[in-house]
Design a protein around this ligand. Structure first.
Ligand code: G4P
Ligand code: NA
Ligand code: NA
Length: 191
């Protein structure tokens, strides 16, 4: 997605050879015009699929998730990271390990928002090791519902998430793919 690639080049800050900071348009300040285009692009890429729900994880997945859900005219569900007050029997729970933070979080989704008939498009802001995406997919599968695909705004292709998700049989559509973050510059995967 050319608009997004340009935004990454113009505003992304390479913090290390592992981490790209994009807090001016995605992770802190959010660019609604760009997010609207992101929603349209995911909708275009998954146009061959019936989708009944979009699923993401708080907080940075919500902006691309809601714009995609708006375009598809379906609800957005965001998995919560905090322990909810809801009874355990009423929620799906999965553990997600963050390599970045070196900690494990429980993510939860209320059972009332996902049914076996649902066809779920998973959206997230970053794909690194794939832990968050796998956790979301396990929640969909706990519900007996179907994962139609995984849409990622920024994929770090030098980390194993994409390959692991493909090997597990998921379709992955990433709007920009980063091959390397070397010497302070962003190198994209040529497609
Ligand atoms: P994984 O899900 O692919 O395994 O990724 P990981 O555990 O490493 O990611 C933990 C958090 O860090 C996630 O945000 C993820 O989006 C974010 N992240 C991973 N790599 C980068 C990067 O290069 N740049 C930026 N800006 N973020 C990255 P989170 O903890 O869920 O936070 P939130 O922003 O959604 O609240
Ligand atoms: Na994030
Ligand atoms: Na995220």
């Amino acid at each position: 997605m050319e608009l997004l690639r340009k935004k990454v080049i113009d505003e992304g800050i390479v913090l290390s050879n592992q981490v790209l900071k994009v807090d001016s348009f995605l992770n802190h300040q959010m660019d609604p015009v760009l997010m609207k285009e992101v929603g349209k692009e995911f909708t275009r890429r998954f146009a061959d699929q019936e989708v009944t729900r979009v699923l993401t994880i708080e907080s940075s997945g919500i902006a691309p998730g809601i714009m995609t859900a708006l375009e598809l005219n379906v609800p957005l569900i965001f998995a919560r990271k905090q322990k909810s007050l809801t009874l355990k029997q009423d929620i799906y729970v999965e553990k997600v390990f963050s390599f970045t933070k070196q900690e494990s979080n429980e993510i939860t989704v209320s059972k009332k928002f996902m049914k076996p008939t649902d066809r779920v498009l998973i959206i997230d802001d970053f794909l690194a090791n794939g832990e968050a995406a796998f956790g979301l997919a396990r929640i969909v599968e706990q519900a007996g519902a179907t994962v139609v695909g995984i849409g990622i705004v920024i994929e770090k292709s030098f980390q194993p998430g994409r390959q692991l998700l493909l090997e597990a049989g998921y379709r992955v559509e990433s709007l920009v793919r980063i091959a390397a973050l070397d010497n302070g510059t962003v190198n994209f995967v040529e497609e």
